[in-house]
Design a protein around this ligand. Sequence first.
Ligand SMILES: [Zn+2]
Length: 425
Amino acid sequence: MREGPHSTDDINEEVGGDLFDRYFTGEHTITQVADRTWFVTADYVNLTAYETDVGLLLVDTGTAESGETVHELIRKQTDAPLHTVVFTHGHLDHAFGLKPWLEAGEKPRVIAHENVVRRFRTYQRTAPLNSHINSVQFGIAEGISWPRRSEEFTWPDTLYQDRLTLDLGGERFELYHAKGETDDATWVWAAGRNIVSSGDLMLGILPNCGNPQKVQRYPEEWADALEAIASVGADVLLPGHGKVIKGADVIRERCQVTAAALRAIVEQTLAGLNEGKIHEEILASIEIPEELAKHWYVDALYDRPEFIARNLIRKYGGWWNGYSAELMPAPMPQRAREIIELAGGVERLIARAKELKDSDPAMACHLAEWVALGAPESREAQECAIEVFEARAEDEIALMARGIYNHAVRRSEEAIERIEETQGS
Ligand SMILES: [Zn+2]
């Protein structure tokens, strides 16, 4: 762990690697980015502490696990009492780190968009579902412990709808509601300091608004929010993940390019729907224009452009994918058994899957999934699925896709364990 604020000279450089390289520093750091303003990174999530004449304003609080460290880091810099907390949204990595502050006797006002409360109530009803989704998404086999009991949440005491102006010791902080990854987002404009705390509206990657497993995301509203952030002319942007961004021109360009990339996906998706194309035709045609895609900060490291298009299709259309048999389909394992039988046995499908693994990985995955589902008792079938999906995961840069391919690998590994148990008994 680093001690104290460190230099912020090299913060705008191109950041390479995958999502883990960019976010998961494994470090807890605190950086003074302006007078009485600190940017805190805990593992992979950031938050901002603004000291004012009436006390501290915290924008986000980190995770439940990192809350203690965040508290210590900030308390090494300032003794100002915690006056106000703003949650940029209600996700686990932003709104669950306040406990150590409260246990230390602080009594802050806690502000959030009104949908944060709705989100928390939904979390209480869907804890096992969210635990499962996140275990697939991040490849954590045993699942993630998800808050359920009321006391596991810090419930905001002050809610707003569109916009809220805070006066903290004569200094103005503007809270703006936005939708992006979530429907409960807030970004904060510290006008007197020329700083924006953006929460997860700016991430240094293609916005993650296409998640295959989660509720509706908001690509168009996300573009609106980025354009609004660009318009205030901040000198410093403090994102919810990734590095500080400095310089009004750099901030404006990143916001506008990212917004334009989202708008391109929206326009192409709507055009496809209006032309009467079926879903897979639309998805195959989605492409971010090269003059936007060339920027490292719109790399598709979390969601792919076609996942964002799928979210838009869900918003504007129905779920039927355009193939009539898919309306009320035969169960996939049954279809798989039929295909295996027609092919004259599982061996030919296994051989073909391996043959296509590099040249046509999408087709190879179909074949591998059919053999794994249609011949669950075959060790060779499960090994084929492991080989094909492992290769697909390795070639894939988008975290959401990798998580699902790795899930297929784990399912086949579990199937092999069951086969071995049967043989051993
Ligand atoms: Zn986040």
